[in-house]
Design a protein around this ligand. Structure first.
Ligand SMILES: [Zn+2]
Length: 236
């Protein structure tokens, strides 16, 4: 039996009742889990995931695992700073986040983009600070569904902005006003969006911010993205 997400996180890290709702989602339709989501813009949802104490405990655990030292070349081409979760011994945590949390949400909210088939994940940390990345340009993720969890700490700036979902072919096309929105990312809160949803991060104005990013992947979504479909926001 695989370890549960709740058992892989520090005690009391998950917001109250979430562990039970994840168990229910594993056994049923996941209605209780979906009821926790708030729509924050077209195709983007937020979910309270960690308590303030949970964020603090997870940050301490990451530091104890050497997260700040293992910056290396960065976890991918977009980030210069931040470690890959599997390299920190947190592969099981990344897997549990995908299987217990993102997969049931993907089946309901991202089905048209291949979210019914999330079989793999790539989890990493993104660090923003005076000595780390200060912003992140406009891009798409190498994922079908992305979970972006803010772990704090104290900061201003780094708002997430979105610019519409596109297929591979239409990735560089303009956006319409209805596709433009941005949001403040509160510590403990997870944002869920399609990997094909074009987005970026505004500059950090003060402090330090650390996010846990989970790219959830699957073959169905990869195939879908290569062909334009009704989900692509490019008109004509
Ligand atoms: Zn398209």
């Amino acid at each position: 039996m695989k370890p549960r997400l709740a058992d892989l996180l520090p005690t009391g890290a998950l917001v109250p009742g979430l562990a039970e709702d994840l168990d229910l989602a594993g056994a049923g339709s996941g209605e209780e889990l979906l009821a926790r989501l708030t729509s924050v813009g077209p195709g983007v949802w937020s979910l309270p995931l960690l308590t303030a104490k949970g964020c603090e405990a997870l940050r301490a655990d990451l530091d104890a695992r050497g997260a700040r030292e293992s910056t290396g070349a960065g976890p991918n081409s977009m980030h210069s700073y931040g470690a890959v979760l599997a390299d920190l011994g947190l592969g099981p945590l990344a897997t549990a986040l995908r299987a217990e949390l993102v997969a049931p949400i993907g089946r309901k909210l991202f089905a048209s983009l291949g979210g019914t088939d999330l079989t793999a994940e790539h989890g990493f940390l993104a660090e923003y600070g005076a000595d780390a990345d200060e912003e992140l340009g406009y891009h798409v993720d190498d994922s079908v569904v992305t979970l972006n969890l803010c772990l704090g700490e104290d900061f201003s700036g780094t708002e997430l902005y979105f610019r519409g979902v596109r297929c591979d072919e239409h990735r560089q096309t303009p956006w319409s006003p209805s596709e433009v929105f941005e949001l403040d990312h509160e510590p403990g809160q997870a944002i869920l969006h399609a990997g094909r949803h074009r987005h970026g991060v505004h500059p950090l104005r003060r402090g330090r911010r650390r996010n846990l990013i989970l790219w959830c992947q699957g073959e169905a979504g990869r195939r879908l993205a290569s062909e334009c479909g009704p989900w692509c926001g490019h008109a004509g």
